[in-house]
Ligand binder design. Structure first.
Ligand code: FAD
Length: 396
């Protein structure tokens, strides 16, 4: 690091800063030819000073007083699809808002979103904040983060929640950084501390071995992303309505650094993995990509959706859209058939709440057998064709 500040000015999430104390040891260790000695008396580059001034002004106030009020759910809407976790969060948000005694609001940022507003009311929002603008047609971090941040600064909600989807995991850290507040990612349980009324944000930690409950005591808003399919879907009540607050998008197309050249939809089956009722999932036991047709045939015989472990994604045999687990999708199908999967904790957290788990593995000690309702101990290359033949016979 040569302390030029160039990284600070180009970071799209405004997440970097250059501080004299932190920079000094790094500069001392650096190759004398590559970086000059850091001198704390020298002024920081102008770009960095400007950045610090802007962000000091933008920093969110610390908690206190009663300015910050309300539970907000950020509704994820992209290319005509509403992420169902948005409605799960409205159900959960209702409980939190009732304990605190505040209002429950939805936030919709996108383009041509009137039908989404209706749905937000139907799922329980009392008020909906909307930014409807062509620059928000395709998801991009900068304009989405700017839109949400602008609304938060103006209306000051106490809690904001979003789904831990690919979009939520992308945009929420950028929002938290702009607001200089904390964010707990991938929560599986939320609650309100009865005394302090702080949001209790619980998530697996240390590879899923413990559950950690995290509080954000001194900054506002309190922010969490929540895994899809862990909160119950609330009842949809047709005809409910409430207040709509419309705001303008502050960023113009010229100010956005990324351009969408083309939109290529993903594999339709894997997009709906989190809603699939029957899943056939494959692990490294399949040994090679050329053996995948074996499990594809099994999935077809049941009308099931195909999924996999991270091992299979890392081997390049299937795309990440299909991955179940901690860093993939959480699923809760009626039937989950695990073929050649060891049952690592990071995989189990994404599927162990399935109604019925059937595991095929040739290792009697495999962890997957501990969560399976039915275990078939055997060589998958023998067992899977037998299962496929039997399902075809019975289901035809
Ligand atoms: P393996 O563990 O190699 O298991 C293969 C299994 O196949 C074995 O049990 C073996 O007995 C069996 N087998 C072999 N041959 C046969 C045969 N002929 N017949 C029957 N059975 C056979 N993993 C995920 O899946 N999802 C995640 O989201 C995820 N996130 C992670 C996040 C982090 C931070 C880390 C560190 C890891 C993560 N992992 C995740 C990786 C995880 O720890 C495991 O490495 C991975 O799940 C193992 O994949 P696997 O079961 O396919 O492979």
């Amino acid at each position: 690091c040569k302390e030029t500040g160039s990284c600070v000015t180009v970071c799209p999430a405004n997440a970097l800063s250059l501080e004299a104390k932190a920079a000094a040891p790094a500069a001392k260790k650096a190759d004398a030819g590559a970086a000059k000695e850091f001198n704390a008396k020298e002024p920081l580059p102008k770009a960095v000073q400007d950045y610090a001034k802007t962000n000091a002004a933008k920093s969110a106030p610390v908690a206190g007083g009663d300015v910050w009020s309300g539970v907000w759910i950020i509704v994820e809407y992209n290319h005509g699809r509403i992420a169902p976790v948005s409605w799960e969060l409205l159900g959960e948000g209702r409980k939190l808002a009732d304990v605190i005694g505040c209002e429950l609001c939805a936030v919709i940022t996108g383009y041509q979103v009137d039908h989404v507003i209706r749905e937000a009311f139907a799922y329980g929002a009392e008020k909906v904040y909307v930014i409807d603008d062509p620059v928000l047609e395709n998801f991009r971090t900068e304009p989405y983060a700017e839109a949400i941040t602008g609304l938060v600064r103006k209306y000051q909600p106490e809690i904001i929640l979003m789904g831990a989807t690919a979009i939520g995991r992308d945009v929420f850290p950028a929002v938290a950084t702009r607001l200089r507040t904390g964010l707990t990612a991938d929560c599986t349980v939320l609650g309100i501390d009865p005394e302090t009324k702080l949001l209790q944000q619980t998530r697996p930690a240390f590879g899923g071995n413990i559950m950690a409950t995290i509080l954000c005591r001194s900054r506002r808003p309190q922010m969490s992303t929540v895994r899809p399919r862990v909160m119950a879907m609330p009842a949809r009540v047709e005809g409910r309505s409430g207040e709509i607050v419309r705001e303008q998008q502050s960023m113009t197309e010229d100010e956005i650094r990324t351009k969408v050249l083309e939109f290529i939809p993903g594999d339709a089956k894997s997009i709906f993995l989190d809603k699939a009722e029957i899943i056939v999932a494959v692990g490294l036991g399949i040994a090679s990509q050329k053996n995948l047709p074996l499990v594809e045939e099994l999935a077809d015989s049941l009308g099931a959706t195909l999924a996999c472990t991270r091992g299979v994604v890392e081997a390049g045999w299937m795309s990440h859209d299909h991955q179940v687990g901690q860093t993939g999708v959480t699923v809760r199908p009626k039937v989950y058939i695990a073929i050649g999967i060891s049952g690592a904790i990071q995989h189990l957290v994404g599927m162990e709440t399935s109604d019925y788990i059937i595991a095929v593995n040739n290792d009697p000690e495999a962890g997957i057998f501990r969560v399976a309702n039915y275990g078939i101990l055997g060589d998958l290359f023998q067992v899977v064709p037998l299962l496929t033949a039997e399902f075809k016979k019975r289901l035809q």
